[in-house]
Design a protein around this ligand. Sequence first.
Ligand code: DLL
Length: 437
Amino acid sequence: MDIQYWDKETECLPRKDLEAHQLQALKKIVDQSFKTEFYSKRLKDAGINSGDDIKTLQCIRRIPFTTKHDLRSAFPYGMLAVPKSDVVRLHASSGTTGIPTTIYLTKKDIEAWASYMARCIYATGCTRDDVFQNMITYGLFTGGLGFHYGAEKVGMMVIPSGSGNTARQFKLMQDFETTVVHSTPSFLLHVESKMREEGVKRGSLKLKRAFAGAEPYSEDTRKRIEALLDIDVFNSYGLSEMNGPGVAFECQHKNGLHIWEDGYIAEIIDPDTLEPLPDGEKGELVITILCREASPILRYRTRDITSFYTEPCSCGRTHRRLHRITGRSDDMLIVNGVNLFPSQIEEVIMNMKEVGNNYLIVVEKEGALDRLTVKTEVNADNFMDDSRPMNALKERIARTLQVSISINPRVELHENGSLPVSEGKAVRVIDKRPKDV
Ligand code: DLL
């Protein structure tokens, strides 16, 4: 395989030099943080008076964690480290659960973010000859503009199609010979279902690759999308607090996400004891951003559960790789006392060939007990009106799930395309239990 690097020197920097760079950048970002109302108090309370107090990379542990709650408490400008006149853009979470978390960017910040994005895109084998259809929400969400600027930097022809409207997406793909798409994995599966429904022939498309991220998905889901669409799918991870996409990305080997350690310091901690975990152990990812001046954020608790690969990647990049994020610590469901991540269900059902591309998990109270229902679509070829084969399939799915999750679920089968599809991140779980339980 011909490995291509956007910035070989930085991507393959010896670990010793990478860590030396991180230490200098950490000192700098600590100094930058002192310009914010929030961190000047927070850091002083922790006995840190300037970046000079950070003598080694281990000193990062003296810095208190930052949480989503902190970002909200500092809304709107308590964490801004530059004059407002230097800010050229903001991005914000949807704020559906309260005050939105808002991130500000200077011109330099946008340039840095676009460079990390270009690095990610190029690492998958894309070049300026590609035609890139960005099938994700633009606007306050970072997925649209983040990829847009990175792809332009690579020199690709960008089609800013946004999410939704599959008929139009197919038309654009055909008219302009799109070679790469970006979307959530759930929207990619929806696109594939619609392709079959609308009779769009794979041969009429020039698609080679897809970038899929912004929500968790299993390795089986990746394989399913790759097989159905005959493309390579690359996992893309990021979060708005850390710019958005471009934090970690898979290279041509598709085996773990390289986190760009010249721009981010990543730690994995035990979410209960808050102690750092040894390399290779699974825990909560904590990130410090080094590549931003307007909104410095130190030791941010992402809630995302992952671990580091312990061996280096054969692509030669020295930046460590993260395992696929299986879910968030706050995604975990407790059903009749059993802990369950939605990803465990996805892993089982996406491996069954009769199961279609969409599913939904519903948890409700039935008397004193919790009742878990898994609604799945069935492929058009396997869906029948005859109830006998359908019941047999239902039982097989329920049995397979029970072995893997230790909960006996109710299974409902639905016709292909009949479960609700979201244009943004997929809503996979509906928990109808009263909140105080
Ligand atoms: O989802 C940024 C993004 C846009 C990433 C486009 C990739 C592609 P937020 O809306 O702030 O930002 O959501 C961040 O989404 O903490 C994870 O829980 C989840 N997430 C993002 N990418 C992945 C992934 C964007 N590849 C939150 N696998 C994160 C699993 C992911 N979860």
